[in-house]
Design a binder for this molecule. Structure first.
Ligand SMILES: [Zn+2]
Length: 180
């Protein structure tokens, strides 16, 4: 068995999440009734995005910092998969009198994108385009907004699920290898 990071680290948990996802992809190919890869990818957002970019035990310190200095435009220019943003009125980086405001990173950074995807996933504001079985045939739409009741989206975006997997893998590269 190949050595991997501890399950209790963001890297180790993400590695296991991807391994399980690939198992589901393989399992569906041999028996379509027994595995659902689009669903597994949506479930995997916990290990691939929510945990590494949280402040809890699984939170990565370097990844969110690195994401602040990466721009969505630069990723797109480099043909790295990114979400296609359709509503772009977020307040990331704007001056606020509220000193506890945490989203001080600039709008249009990868940190901004991950923040809104994280919120969408954590609050169930995700929608699939349909019930197709292949990752490359389904789009995932996400929405986020500061106004909760009534909810008003100030950031909406969509991505094809195979590209979402690529986006998550690019995010994982922001975590430098440890000496473990
Ligand atoms: Zn933002």
């Amino acid at each position: 068995m190949t050595a991997i990071h501890s399950r209790s680290t963001p890297e180790g948990f993400a590695e296991r999440t991807l391994t399980n996802l690939y198992q589901v992809v393989t399992a569906r190919k041999s028996d379509p009734d027994r595995a659902h890869e689009v669903t597994q990818l949506a479930n995997s957002l916990l290990g691939l995005i929510i945990f590494p970019f949280s402040e809890g035990q699984f939170g990565s310190e370097p990844a969110p910092k690195a994401a602040e200095s990466e721009s969505v435009a630069a990723w797109s220019d480099a043909d790295k998969p990114v979400w296609q943003v359709t509503t772009n009125n977020c307040t990331c980086g704007q001056q606020s009198t509220n000193k506890t405001k945490k989203n001080t990173w600039k709008a249009g950074t990868i940190r901004c994108m991950v923040y809104h995807v994280r919120n969408a996933a954590a609050h169930g504001r995700l929608k699939f385009s349909g019930n197709e079985r292949e990752l490359a045939e389904v789009w995932l739409c996400a929405e986020d907004g500061a106004n909760k009741e009534p909810f008003v989206a100030n950031w909406t975006a969509s991505i094809r699920c195979d590209q979402l997997l690529g986006f998550c893998k690019e995010l994982a590269k922001l975590v430098p290898p440890t000496s473990q």
